[in-house]
Design a protein around this ligand. Structure first.
Ligand code: 13P
Length: 340
């Protein structure tokens, strides 16, 4: 492991004013997104859609530091035969790869899941490195209800994240460590704060036990928000304050950067929260976005699978990338949304 190289990649991924495009939807997940816009889930349509984003020059060059890909996409070629990975690299952005095999029911733990995919991962990392990947993603999922999560679930997921992260670093790949506490359900912001703190404490403990170098990771956490069905929905400032409090309590300053997931927040909420977090300032890490839905819902709707809408799709993607870039610097405002 060359820690200087890993650290340089990690810092590039969270460079000021830039963030990550999570375009790593599995074939099943992208089908759900395409169903909403009436697009058939074919390999060509998946390629056309992603090629449209990767060819959005201003966004890719100025605002997107890295792109998380799915296995199919990292091997796929653009319509003109150029590998999609080359389009990303040509824009100065770093290609990354989702390597987990999804969250599966955890035996003996009703309602809880554990992320699978460790078997054969060393060889897969070697293969992905040859294909151009310089960072990876593994997502653990923690749900909240009256009697979950259990320590069994948190510990199993944290151990898997740590084993994945150690293997990634061994193979010259920066691991995005993503423990996602879901915002489904009716729990309060305080409960999200309590559970996320527990999860992050356990994750950093397991990363330490596994010998993972914190200078060579990027953390991808949830923000501290109330459940979607909670009667009390907190202000942007409440969310920002609670999120900064938890991160300061749990994330060592050796970590170069934190890139949030959007987790089902609306486009503008995800941007406003990131902006408010960065406005608090004085943070030891660069704090940015690694959004899937909050970057892509708008371009998906604008494109809707029609070649004629290509420019509209690109404009919608460029706009969200710009808004989130401003938020990553704490320089976004609602007026900027309207100006566009
Ligand atoms: P969302 O921003 O849509 O939550 O997706 C980010 C991601 O990569 C989830 O694993």
């Amino acid at each position: 492991m060359n820690l200087n190289e890993l650290n340089a990649i990690a810092r590039k991924m969270v460079a000021p004013g830039k963030g990550i495009l999570a375009a790593d939807e599995s074939t099943g997940t992208i089908k759900k997104r395409f169903d909403k816009i009436g697009v058939e889930n074919t390999e060509d349509n998946r390629r056309d859609y992603r090629e449209m984003m990767f060819r959005t020059e201003v966004a890719m060059k100025d605002h997107i530091s890295g792109v998380i890909l799915f296995d199919e996409t990292i091997r796929q070629k653009a319509k003109d035969g150029t590998p999609l990975v080359k389009l990303i690299e040509a824009a100065g952005s770093v290609p990354g790869i989702k390597v987990d095999a999804g969250a599966k029911p955890l035996a003996g733990a009703p309602g809880e899941v554990v992320t699978e995919g460790l078997d054969g991962l060393r060889e897969r990392f070697q293969d992905y490195h040859k294909l151009g990947a310089r960072f990876a993603k593994w997502r653990a999922v923690i749900d909240i209800s009256a009697d979950i999560p259990t320590y069994n679930c948190i510990n199993a997921n944290a151990q898997a994240l740590a084993r994945y992260a150690a293997l990634a670093q061994e193979n010259g790949i920066v691991p995005i460590v993503e423990p996602e506490v879901l915002m489904d359900g009716d729990h309060t912001i305080e409960r999200c704060e309590q559970v996320t703190t527990w999860v992050l404490k356990e994750v950093f403990q397991q990363l330490y036990f596994a010998g993972v170098a914190l200078e060579g990771i990027v953390l991808k956490p949830n923000m501290i928000v109330p459940g979607k069905k909670c009667a009390k929905q907190n202000s942007v400032e409440d969310v920002a304050k609670a999120t900064v409090k938890v991160l300061k309590d749990c994330v060592p300053s050796a970590v170069p950067g934190i890139a949030f997931l959007s987790g089902g927040q609306s486009d503008e909420e995800a941007t406003a929260h990131l902006d408010a977090i960065n406005r608090i300032g004085g943070l030891p890490w660069n704090v940015t976005f690694s959004y899937g839905r909050a970057l892509q819902a708008a371009p998906q709707a604008a494109w809707s699978g029609k070649a004629d809408n290509y420019a509209k799709g690109q404009a919608a993607f460029a706009h969200r990338a710009l808004m989130n870039s401003q938020a990553a610097l704490g320089k976004w405002s609602k007026a900027n949304e309207k100006a566009a």
